[in-house]
Structures are given as C-alpha cells and as structure tokens.
Write a new protein. Structure first.
Length: 157
C-alpha cells in the first residue's frame, strides 16, 4: 500500500466519522458537506415507511433541516432522548485515483441500548482535497421491537 492510498483511506474514514457525528448532533451543514454536490442518500428496508431517497446535496440538506426544525419546534421525530451511531468494521476499496467504495457496519444506541443496526454501502469521490460521499445506501438489518428511533424516517419527510 502506498502513502497516497493510506492518505485516501484515512480521508474517507474522516468523512464517515464527520457524517456520523454531524447526523447524531443534527449539524445540518456539516452533515450535507459530507456529500458531493450530486450525492445520493437512500435506504433499503422491508418497511416502506423506512425507505427514502434524496438526490443532491441540497435535497439532503433540506431533509436534515426539516428534521432539525421539527425537533427544535418540540415535535417528536422519534421517542429517543438521544441517538448515537457507533461504527465498527469498515472495508475501503480504492477503485480509481479519485473513486472508492466502502462498507461500514453500524449500530445505533438510544435510551434502550442497542436500538437498530445495519451497514452503509458507499461510493466516494475525491473532490479537491476531500473524499466525499457520492452515493450512500443505508441498510438496516435489525431493529429492536422496542425501538425508540423507528418513526424517525417517516416523521422527517
């Protein structure tokens, strides 16, 4: 592995971490900045209420802004008092000088402990000196029957 490859992988890990922290803290601008201008954020889920697709950084920003605005207005997007997404295994494959793919496992914790879990399937693109998410698919593999976060997607539309 070359130094350039190591730097690319570390930059990708940095973007993944920034996305996670920004999402959990509802830092809308920081969250959207993790995506390319034409980035796509979508989910795969058995429950149609949990499926979403947003195309473009502006659409992703608008989605997160609605979430923040409703939360600040006292609406209950979900029943949790906090959400923390913890990342574990992350495999990054550089597919070209300016492109990469990554698969990252995650588990979300709320007031009840483990609330839901799954993985991200990402395509990354180098944009300037940053590696940004060009396409993210969120796959939820498991949800607690007592999930406090289960209504979050349907309530943030």
């Amino acid at each position: 592995m070359t130094v350039e490859e190591m730097l690319a992988r570390e930059a990708i890990r940095d973007t993944i971490s920034r996305y996670t922290i920004a999402g959990d803290r509802l830092k809308v601008d920081d969250y959207a900045a993790c995506f390319t201008e034409d980035g796509v954020m979508e989910s795969q889920h058995e429950n149609p209420d949990s499926v979403f697709r947003y195309e473009g950084r502006a659409a992703i920003h608008d989605w997160q802004s609605r979430w923040l605005e409703r939360t600040m207005a006292g609406e209950h997007i979900h029943a949790a008092t906090f959400a923390r997404h913890h990342l574990s295994t992350c495999q990054i494959d550089l597919t070209g000088p300016d492109t990469a793919r990554a698969r990252t496992y995650w588990v979300a914790w709320t007031d009840i402990g483990p609330d839901h879990a799954g993985y991200y399937m990402d395509s990354f693109r180098r944009t300037g000196d940053r590696w940004l998410i060009a396409h993210r698919v969120v796959r939820e593999d498991w949800r607690s029957p007592d999930s406090l976060f289960g209504t979050a997607v349907s309530n943030s539309r």
